[in-house]
Design a binder for this molecule. Sequence first.
Ligand SMILES: Nc1nc2c(ncn2[C@@H]2O[C@H](COP(=O)(O)OP(=O)(O)O)[C@@H](O)[C@H]2O)c(=O)[nH]1
Ligand SMILES: [Mg+2]
Length: 347
Amino acid sequence: MNLKVGIIGLPNVGKSTLFKALTRQKVDISNYPFCTIDPNTGIVKVPDNRLLKIAEVIKPEKVTPSVIEFVDIAGLVKNAHKGEGLGNQFLSYVREVNAICEVVRIFSDEKVSHVEGNPDPKRDIEIIKTELIMKDLETIENHLIKLKKQSRAGDKNAEKSAQILEKMRETLNDGTMLNDIEIGESKELIKELGLLTAKPMIYVFNADKSALNIEKKSSPNTIYLNLQLECEMSDLNDEEKEELGLPHSKLPELIKMCYKALGLITFFSIAKGKETRAWPIKKGTFVPQAGGIIHSDFEEKFIKAEVINWEKLIQSGSWNNAREKGLIRIEGKNYIVQDGDVIEFKI
Ligand SMILES: Nc1nc2c(ncn2[C@@H]2O[C@H](COP(=O)(O)OP(=O)(O)O)[C@@H](O)[C@H]2O)c(=O)[nH]1
Ligand SMILES: [Mg+2]
């Protein structure tokens, strides 16, 4: 499953502060056997109002949200691709994740040193970008040597792959990351080589109060947060926050952005009324494979699925009412699961 988001950035920009803020809430790992257990990895619940609304109708014993994983990756410095700092170890961590969340420091605080002297968001983004690009170029060069050899020995596939890689090399040499271009025919190679700049990216600008007025410039993959404040607030419940006059946390927004960047959508299961649960799946997943995430039997012994959009279920007031109104559809193995489907698998 593509659930891993790597937090990267220069040293002392607020990566661990973000990680702490996100992972302070304890999650019962036994519910999520597919997640990694590792000290730098934290499991984070994905906020979803639909799940709560479905639970109000189904009244299950248990409600389980979907989760994604965040990995706190040690700071990257200039020339990491040549082995500076933690260098290549850092870059191999990045290879493991499915999306990247880059923390960019805007806040200035003389007590917190900056590896380049002072924060400069534009330059700092450029440093990280260059490192990722250099690493991809190195990976591509190495693979090209191998492919050229195979191609000389008459391997037509290798020749084709080499051409695709050469095109990618050109893009990178122009200073463009691979996530900025149409992937198309490069998809397989990007996956095989684990190219870093092809991973979806979210930028978190860590701003303090004085810098938060630049918020207006937000875009779908950019968010401005005050991570220090977020971290302090993550200890408090809603009442305490209200008493202290603190703002709403923007972490839920960030988590949802990351979920989207991972290419995930959500379906819900109700387990005959016992447990209402949200499940992450890749867009375009067929219904038996979606069932396979819950239990391998649901995929292997799949007969059919009962499906209803979450909103229709809520409007009906109960599963039985929805059935009586004929709103529950029967879908076969070629059905592609849609975001917001509530599904009962029949085996
Ligand atoms: N003033 C201020 N300090 C911050 C903020 N975010 C993080 N820090 C501080 O900066 C230092 C480095 O943060 P940390 O999260 O460990 O950075 P990392 O090296 O990127 O993991 C810590 O002392 C944090 O308390 C912020 O928004 N404002
Ligand atoms: Mg850190």
